[in-house]
Design a protein. Sequence first.
Length: 87
Amino acid sequence: MRRVQYLVRINKDPDSDWGASVPDLPGCVATGKTIDAALRRIGRAIELHLQGMREDGIRPAPPRQRSVRPRRTARQVDFYATVEVAA
C-alpha cells in the first residue's frame, strides 16, 4: 500500500485541548491533550476517513501540495504539520 502525506492544521484556544483538521478532507478532525496526541489521532482519523470514502465508492483526491504561513493571535495558536498515512 502506498503512503501519502496530508497537511494538517493544528490549533489551540486558551481553554481547549489541541485540535487537528485536514484541509483536503473536510470533516476529518481530532483532538488531544498534547500536540503529539492530536497528531497520532488525526493520522488514524485520516485513515478511517479514506477507508469510509472508498467503501462509499468515492475516490479520494490526492493531497494537494501547498505552502502555508503559520500565525499566532492573542486567542489561539495555529500551525501546520504533515501526517503520513497508508492510502
